[in-house]
Design a protein around this ligand. Structure first.
Ligand code: PRP
Length: 217
């Protein structure tokens, strides 16, 4: 079973609270996604391998370290795009490979619409980026794609997860560690009457992370 890490850092909690607020406008929402991603990255990258490298300071030679593995970022379109810049600030050398999936509104099953992965894997560690882990269908499908590609080590970074999604992803892929800023309560059920929210939204959540980032809600 993969490990599930739920952040409890005060800065992350503070920023997630602002992110949830219905009045938070798109520009601020994007800033918060980027900032939370940077903070989450601290833990998600804690076990990356390093190798020693000598470095010359202005005074003397020092023992230093450099990252050993090639890292790939895999944002799930659209909402995962907002997490890329935060990661790139920390590791500008990371490759970015996009996967396009959308959830079929009726079945809630993921539908793949974009994938330009090269034939053979070019990285050793893959970090999947997607703010919302709802039913877990999109995350599971993304890991399926990456494993077929030949990725050896895969981690999932999200902002908000539902228990249903965490369970589905860890049952399907117990080797994938999950890093989240918050674990929420449940998913919305099938709407019963006019005005009910659509099924499969995280509660309390933050609404639709794609629409809120891109101003399309
Ligand atoms: C959202 C979200 C995840 C997915 C999570 O994307 O960004 O990719 O739903 O749901 P799941 O865990 O039930 O699969 P959406 O399909 O709304 O596409 P978008 O990012 O393009 O808006």
């Amino acid at each position: 079973m993969g490990k599930v890490h739920i952040a409890n850092h005060p800065l992350i909690r503070h920023k997630v609270t602002k992110l949830r607020r219905a009045e938070t406008e798109s520009r601020k929402f994007r800033d918060l996604i980027r900032e939370i991603t940077i903070l989450l990255a601290f833990e998600a990258t804690a076990d990356l391998a390093t190798e020693p490298e000598k470095v010359q300071t202005p005074l003397a030679e020092a023992d230093g370290f450099v990252l050993q593995e090639r890292i790939g970022l895999v944002p799930v379109l659209r909402a995962g795009l907002g997490m890329v810049n935060g990661m790139w600030e920390l590791m500008p050398q990371a490759e970015v490979w996009h996967i396009g999936l959308y959830r079929d509104e009726r079945t809630l099953k993921p539908v793949e619409y974009y994938n330009k992965l090269p034939v053979a894997p070019t990285v050793q560690v893959v970090l999947i980026l997607d703010p919302m882990l709802a039913t877990g269908g999109s995350a599971t499908a993304t890991v399926d794609i990456l494993k077929r590609w030949g990725a050896q080590r895969i981690k999932y970074m999200g902002i908000i997860g539902a228990p249903e999604g965490v369970r589905a992803l860890s049952e399907a892929h117990p080797d994938v560690d999950i890093y989240l800023a918050a674990l929420d309560d449940h998913l919305t059920p099938e709407p019963q009457k006019e005005g009910d929210p659509p099924a499969g939204f995280i509660v309390p959540g933050l609404g639709d992370a794609g629409d809120r980032q891109f101003g399309t809600g």
